[in-house]
Ligand binder design. Structure first.
Ligand SMILES: Nc1ncnc2c1ncn2[C@@H]1O[C@H](COP(=O)(O)OP(=O)(O)OP(=O)(O)O)[C@@H](O)[C@H]1O
Ligand SMILES: [Mg+2]
Length: 473
């Protein structure tokens, strides 16, 4: 620690002005007197003889330099007492109080939180910032323009959360951001049987047209019940009350016990059953013919769904029993990814509620713009944002923009935001609506520089970190 100046002017419990005798930089940490901790938010030169309103016009610049002084504005973070940090300042300090620059090693040994996690260090003091993993239950967003280092930061977070015993499930949208880093924990979407509704949506959107969603969904259920056997499928349809038969609830109830991953999917049998179902639904003959023709021409093969190890149910079991699961959702079509995400997230919530116990699971969604606003999984993500805390289910969402990428209901329930340089300048004001951002300067942030704001910040006020370059640091 080294003395750099003293407090001047009017001091408060939030801000002080410091007359500098030595240089400090933006975001430097300082100690004020022997108790208060703060951060440099701005630095400015002043010279009374150079005031725009001064009648005195200096002719020789050198002669008035002597009147020049340097002020720094310090935002106070809190109080250090008895080796502990408390994020409150209860009384102002007198003017003249000395101010010291915090240097490497100065904050070591100071206790902030129990069992902290670490993802980076404060740039000038090199102090590894201790973070409270419990803040993740209150949800977290990582925002920054492309290449700012979001995915890297989330990988560091994941490693640390796993280290302190928190379970993590990652939805890897690209298959390149997480799967290669956590190889032993990857489940590819091609090994997951999607829920039948999502599958029906894919077939309807890609092949027949949205108006045939019902036909396809019913055909899938008839196939599931009959294992592709035509006469059994017919019996299933009749038990639903088609073909002038009295409805019988038996087959429907039995359907709940069959997992689609245990059924043998065959294109020819599916086409015949779809044809039968469309007949029962009173589709015109030429519509049926056109549909079958399109199905065959689409190139979508039901066979590709054979031999998948997981259905949604089994996947949720696996996630709950594993320290880390990376779902590589980069190969399936979007509706199937949506279905997997929606099913897994609501499955985890349902398990927590039915068992009535905390899950201690963190759900990570990178490239959140694809999922977290106006898309099928958005509702289940909002539900976790709203009610997940009670069950120890936290969200980490990463995307380039704040307002346009994340649903309003999700944003309103996020309590920590980590942000780097922003793509949209209005985002910073909007982030200020959910966490305290004070008057920080985001102009000069490079790759790996992030402000930590909200609950995750040990100070409850923004602090700049540079993320560790190496995942194993
Ligand atoms: N602290 C760091 N030190 C060194 N390299 C870093 C650091 N943080 C990120 N990088 C590197 O910067 C590059 C971009 O990082 P990353 O992929 O995490 O960005 P991103 O914000 O996720 O971008 P996008 O929005 O395009 O997904 C990567 O090569 C990454 O390894
Ligand atoms: Mg990324």
């Amino acid at each position: 620690m080294r003395e750099v100046g003293f407090a001047v002017g009017r001091t408060s419990t939030k801000w002080i002005t410091v007359r500098l005798e030595d240089e400090v930089l933006l975001n430097d940490l300082v100690k004020v007197g022997d108790k208060l901790l703060g951060v440099v938010r701005s630095v400015s030169y002043a010279n009374p003889t150079m005031s725009p309103y001064s009648p005195f016009t200096p002719t020789n610049i050198e002669s008035v330099r002597a009147y020049e002084y340097l002020n720094a504005n310090i935002e106070l973070y809190g109080t250090v007492e008895g080796g502990k940090f408390d994020p409150r300042v209860l009384t102002a300090i007198p003017t003249g109080t000395p101010v010291y620059l915090i240097e490497e090693g100065d904050l070591e040994g100071l206790s902030f939180i129990e069992n902290p996690i670490f993802i980076g260090e404060h740039p000038t003091s090199k102090w590894p910032l201790p973070l409270d993993p419990r803040a993740i239950d209150y949800h977290l967003a990582v925002v920054g323009s492309t290449g700012s280092g979001k995915s890297h930061l989330v990988r560091l977070l994941v490693k640390e959360l796993v280290r302190v015993g928190r379970k993590v499930v990652i939805f890897d949208h690209t298959g390149a951001d997480y799967a290669p880093y956590f190889r032993d924990h990857v489940i590819p979407d091609s090994n997951v049987f999607p829920d039948l509704l999502s599958l029906a949506e894919v077939l309807a959107n890609k092949v027949l047209g949205k108006e045939y969603l019902d036909d396809i969904e019913v055909a899938l259920y008839a196939y599931l019940f009959s294992n592709g056997e035509y006469e059994t499928a017919r019996m299933f349809m009749e038990s639903l009350g088609f073909g002038n038969r009295d409805p019988d609830m038996g087959p429907i109830l039995e359907l709940m016990r069959i997992s689609p991953k245990d059924v043998k999917w065959d294109d020819k049998s599916f086409a015949s059953i779809l044809r039968m179902v469309m007949g029962y639904l009173k589709r015109k003959e030429h519509t049926i013919a056109k549909s079958l023709f399109r199905l065959v021409r689409s190139g979508i093969s039901m066979k590709s769904f054979n031999g998948r190890e997981y259905d949604i149910e089994k996947l949720v079991d696996h996630i709950i029993d594993s320290e880390l699961t990376v779902l590589d959702i980069s190969s399936e079509t979007l509706p199937i990814r949506y279905g997997i995400m929606r099913g897994v997230i609501s499955g985890i919530m349902e398990r927590a509620e039915s068992k009535g116990k905390r899950m201690d699971i963190t759900i990570v969604v990178d490239e959140a713009q694809v999922y977290a606003r106006g898309q099928p999984p958005t509702e289940s993500l909002s539900d976790v944002a709203r009610r997940g805390r009670k069950w120890g289910i936290g969200l980490i969402l990463a995307s380039q923009r704040w307002v346009s990428d994340l649903d309003m209901n999700i944003r309103a329930n996020i309590n920590s935001v980590l942000f780097s340089s922003l793509q949209s300048s209005s985002d910073i004001d909007d982030i200020g609506k959910v966490v305290n951002i004070g008057n920080i300067d985001v102009g000069v942030l490079g790759t790996g520089d992030f402000y930590i704001t909200g609950l995750l910040s040990p100070f409850r006020r923004p602090i700049l970190i540079h993320t560790f370059g190496d995942l194993d640091e």
